[in-house]
Each structure stands twice: as structure tokens, then as C-alpha cells.
Design a protein around this ligand. Structure first.
Ligand SMILES: Nc1ncnc2c1ncn2[C@@H]1O[C@H](COP(=O)(O)OP(=O)(O)OP(=O)(O)O)[C@@H](O)[C@H]1O
Ligand SMILES: [Mg+2]
Length: 126
């Protein structure tokens, strides 16, 4: 069976800093894999490329054995890849309700009291 995710010879550079240099990694289906390394060794950078925050300078990523282009978190999501960030940065500061509603329906921003009431109704069956 093909691997769930494969990174092949991934390199990512930020200015003069080589964050990832020729990194290859296989993640099998059903595997829980820990990536260990000292601070600044490039763990988050690699995960950011799998989840569409950054794009590799070179190398390729395969999902279920097929080469993929993960250009943004939406692409990653469609491939079944999601990231729980150590530092929150994808979204603005949200209320508890907004956080719960984030993945519901059309993903529209909800800010108004009226909207929040409507979303609360949406959440009731959950
Ligand atoms: N957006 C960026 N711009 C410039 N340099 C960056 C950026 N992101 C990461 N780096 C640098 O790339 C290197 C790898 O950082 P990264 O955050 O991937 O390491 P890490 O293994 O996740 O570290 P930690 O254990 O502290 O979370 C570091 O030298 C870091 O300063
Ligand atoms: Mg990190």
C-alpha cells in the first residue's frame, strides 16, 4: 500500500537560513509519527509545507502515492490534511461561538449579533 504522505528531498530557505535541507519522510496510513528535533531544526517549517502555509523551494510531496501541489491550507484540507498550530495565526481572535462555528456551513465571517443568533440556532442540533 502506498504511503499516506511522502516528502521527497524537500528544501526550504528563508533568506540565508536553510530551514529544511533535502528532507525526505514517509508517513504510513494509520501511523502516528513524532517529529523530534531541537529548537529551530525545521519541524514546523516541514509541517507548514504539508499543510499549505509555505511552499517548498525544491522537492516534492506525494499524497497516497501521487505528487500533489499544496498551495494553501484549502488544498491541504481537500487532501485530508489539517494542522493544529502551536501558535494561532490562520484566523483572527474569535469568540467561543465563532470558533465552534468556523467549520460550519459556508464559512462566512460572523460578526453581527443577528448572525451569532443564527449560528447558535445552527449549532443546536450538534
Ligand atoms: N517565516 C520565516 N522567516 C524566516 N525564518 C524562518 C521562518 N520560519 C522559520 N524560520 C527559521 O527556519 C528555521 C527552522 O524553524 P522552525 O520553526 O521550522 O523550527 P522548529 O524545529 O519548528 O523549532 P521549534 O522547536 O522552536 O518549534 C529557524 O532558524 C527559524 O528561525
Ligand atoms: Mg516549531
Amino acid at each position: 500500500m502506498e504511503n499516506a504522505i511522502e516528502c521527497r528531498h524537500i528544501t526550504k530557505v528563508f533568506g540565508k537560513i536553510v530551514a529544511n535541507k533535502d528532507v525526505s519522510m514517509d508517513i504510513r496510513h494509520g501511523e502516528i509519527l513524532s517529529l523530534l528535533g531541537e529548537n529551530g531544526s525545521g519541524k514546523t517549517t516541514l509541517m507548514n509545507m504539508i499543510s499549505g502555509i509555505y511552499f517548498p523551494d525544491s522537492g516534492e510531496i506525494l499524497v497516497n502515492g501521487k505528487p500533489v501541489e499544496i498551495r494553501d491550507p484549502g488544498d491541504a484540507y481537500k487532501l485530508g490534511i489539517a494542522m493544529v498550530h502551536q501558535h494561532f495565526k490562520l484566523i483572527d481572535v474569535f469568540t467561543a461561538l465563532e470558533n465552534i462555528a468556523l467549520g460550519l456551513n459556508d464559512g462566512k465571517k460572523i460578526r453581527s449579533e443577528e448572525d451569532q443568533g443564527r449560528r447558535a440556532e445552527d449549532l443546536r442540533p450538534l
